[in-house]
Design a protein around this ligand. Structure first.
Ligand SMILES: [Zn+2]
Length: 137
C-alpha cells in the first residue's frame, strides 16, 4: 500500500468512526476525497474484481485440464538417415556416431550429423563433400 493510500485510509477511518466529532469527520472526509483525487485514486468494486479473478482462474484451470500431457505431444522427428550412395561417388554418406573434425574445412561435426566418409581419406561434413572429394553433384 502506498503512503498516500495509507493516509487516505486513515482519514476515512477517522471520518466514519462513531466517536469522531461531526466537524472533524467532515474535514477528514473532505481531505480524504481531495487526496484521493490528487493521487489519481478512484473507487473500485473489490468484490466484483474478486469475482472476475475467480472466473479467470476457473477458465485457466479448465484450459489446463484439457491440455494434453507432455507425452501426448508429437514425437520428435526421427534422426536423419544415411542417403543412398549414388553412382560414381567415392564416399558414403552416413550419420556420424561420433564427434569429429571435418577433413575439408577442419571444423567439428557432432555425433548425429550427416557426414561423407571414405575409408582412405576420412570424413567431411556432408556439405563439404563435393569440394573435398572433387565430385560435382
Ligand atoms: Zn566441413
Amino acid at each position: 500500500m502506498t503512503d498516500a493510500k495509507r493516509r487516505i485510509d486513515a482519514l476515512i477511518a477517522r471520518a466514519v468512526h462513531p466517536t469522531t466529532p461531526e466537524e472533524e469527520a467532515r474535514t477528514s472526509a473532505l481531505i480524504a476525497v481531495r487526496q484521493a483525487r490528487e493521487n489519481g485514486l478512484t473507487l473500485v468494486d473489490a468484490a466484483a474484481h474478486a469475482r472476475e479473478i475467480a472466473s479467470l482462474q476457473n477458465t485457466i484451470e479448465s484450459l489446463l485440464a484439457t491440455m494434453p500431457e507432455p507425452a501426448e505431444y508429437a514425437p520428435p522427428p526421427p534422426p536423419p538417415t544415411a542417403r543412398p550412395r549414388r553412382k560414381g561417388e567415392p564416399f558414403v554418406t552416413l550419420v556420424s556416431k561420433y564427434d569429429g573434425k571435418c577433413k575439408a574445412c577442419s571444423e567439428r561435426y557432432l555425433s548425429g550429423d550427416e557426414i561423407a566418409w571414405m575409408r582412405e581419406r576420412g570424413a567431411t561434413h556432408y556439405a563439404c563433400r563435393e569440394w573435398f572429394y572433387g565430385v560435382a553433384s
